[in-house]
Each structure stands twice: as C-alpha cells, then as structure tokens.
Design a protein around this ligand. Sequence first.
Ligand code: NAD
Ligand code: ZN
Ligand code: ZN
Length: 344
Amino acid sequence: MSQTMKAAVLHAVGEPLRIEQVAIPQPGPGEILIRIVACGVCHSDLHAIDGDWSALPTLPLIPGHEITGHVAAHGEGVSQPAIGTAVGMPWMYSACGTCEFCLGGMETICEHRESTGYSKQGGYAEYMVAPAAFVATIEPDVDLYALAPILCAGVTTYRGLMRSRARPGQWVAVMGIGGLGHVAVQYAIAMGLRVAAIDVADDKLELARSYGAECLINALDNPVETLRQQIPGGVHAVLVTATANAAFEQSVKMLRPGGTAVFIGLPGGDADTVRASISSISGWELSITGSNIGTRHDLNEAVLFAARGLVKAQINLERLDDINDIFARMRTGQLVGRTVLQIA
Ligand code: NAD
Ligand code: ZN
Ligand code: ZN
C-alpha cells in the first residue's frame, strides 16, 4: 500500500478545495481504516467550504460525509467489522455514549458529537479513519455508488419523516427536491404518504413526479396559495430541505391544523432566522421541529429501505478532480439528484 493518498483539501474557508497527496491516516484504538469507494456531495459540504455556519470547520479539512467503502485495516482492540466488509460512514462521526441524550436514544443531539467532514476528516479522499462503533455495515451485494447518498440524504430525510409523525394516507410537502428532497419523496411514498413536491426548478419537480408525487408546485409562483388550492386545509407535515430562507417561513403557512413543519435545510448566516405567526401556531396547535441527521438505528433502517429497492438515489458519478466545478453547479442549483464522487 502506498503511504499517501489523493484528497480534496480545504485550507481556508471561502477558497476552492485543493487536490493533493496527503498521508494515509492510521487507525487508532477503536478505529478502522476505510478504503473509500464513493462519496456523495451534500450541500452541507458547500456550507462548510463557504463558512456559512457559526461553528466553523476544522482546518485543513477533507470534507465529505456520504461515504461507502470497505474496511482496510483495524486499529487496536478492533476486530469488527471484518477486513473487506462493505461499510458506510455518515455525518455523525461519533457521540459520547454516556450523556442524557445518548442514553435516551437521541445521540443526534449529544453535545460531544463529532461530525465527519467537518470537525473530523471526511470522504473526499481514498481513505479515512472512523470509529468502528459508528460505521454502518452494508450487505455485500449492494451497489456502493447508489447507496452513498443514503448515508446523509437518506438517513436525514427518513428521520425527518419519522419526526413529522405523518401517518400513511396523510399529505406531506417536501420543499426542496435536491439531493435530500429527491430521496425524501421516495421514503414518503414508501411509507404510504401522499406527497406534494415544491422546488424552484421544473426538472426537479418532474423527478419527484416520477417517484409518485401527486402535487407539483413551483416555489417561484405563490407556493402557499397554490398548495392550499390543490390540497384544501393544507398538509399534515412539511419537510423543509430547501436552502432558501423563504421556504421555512412558507412551510408553516402550508400546515393543516395540528400539522408539523420539520426544519432540515441549514441556510445559515443572515438566513438563519424565521418569522412565524404566534397566534397561528398557538390557535391551530402547529409544531415546528428540527431534525439533525439520524441515529445509528435510523441509519440502519434507512439503508434497509434502499437495500430493498424502495428508495434509489438518482446519482451522477463524477471525479474527485472536478469537485470545485461540482460546487459551482450546486451553487446555481444545476444538480439534479445527487452527484457522487467515484473514488474507486
Ligand atoms: P441541494 O442543493 O441538492 O438541494 C437544495 C434544493 O432546494 C434544490 O433543489 C433547490 O432548487 C431547492 N430550492 C432552492 N430554493 C428553494 C425555494 N425557495 N423553495 C423550494 N426549493 C428551493 O442540497 P441538499 O444536499 O439536498 O441539502 C439541502 C439542505 O439540507 C442544505 O442546507 C444542507 O446543509 C441541509 N442538510 C441538513 C441536514 C440536517 O441534518 N439537518 C442534513 C443534510 C443536509
Ligand atoms: Zn449531508
Ligand atoms: Zn452523548
């Protein structure tokens, strides 16, 4: 094995990534080395690079957190998953395992959690190390390129739908049919929900229609009124995966009495604050909740939907060398489905 690997590295927030040869990391106690096959390109990586969020990433940083690959080496004390096993690594790099949230099955809000490709080195590289206890194991016959987006887009929207408490037969609006949204539509349909898809781009709405979305709304044209005309009374739940602030304020106005808006997108900066009607929320018993990626249990369940063929990301395979160009297209909303880096 050569001692260096190719990686895309962020040296300063706001700068393009640099393609470099860096040392292959060595797994420490409790860790494994993953030989990476694929890594999806999530909009959170673009937020990291642009420094959109108040807590900035660790520099220099290898971004990327929709990772699939194979176990290549074990650190001290690790015997599982076995060498060669197919594994996936999500945004949640680790959690403490002992705080009240971890003990309560809510490791997504552990205050000591670490984030793959943000506070820890991620998957825009040929290898990475990860805590053995936080990788998902994957059945050997699963397509690791197609599965990569499930490691973030999949688990995040799966958990978001669970947190919406929408039941089969009820309406859910998915705002933003990007990398997250296009798999959200599929999870919703697989769960027996009825879907309204909302985006600013008609080609993305068409993709949602192909999965079974019944109501398609272009957000550029009075989305709240249009939705309320097409679905009298409003929707039971909204999943906001859009990156524009306007979508979050609109989402609450689309709810039926008793409905729940789930905030997932993270526009950051000045766009981080919403205005909402207190009297509507109180008088109609509306809920606004957040959803932060997913627990390991959520991830295993989300992967199972994909392994069974109920959810399949539309992937466009591209090269690590083209990462800055991919981000330029993501910024202008040109990516349909999910772009996945073909690393091996
Ligand atoms: P993406 O760029 O693939 O998709 C965003 C979509 O939003 C695009 O299709 C775009 O056309 C659409 N959009 C833009 N403005 C809109 C508007 N006004 N109304 C409706 N749709 C609009 O991004 P992605 O990878 O799907 O990520 C989406 C967001 O989710 C990002 O902010 C990302 O950081 C966040 N995210 C959050 C979590 C979490 O755990 N909470 C996890 C992953 C990603
Ligand atoms: Zn992500
Ligand atoms: Zn914890």
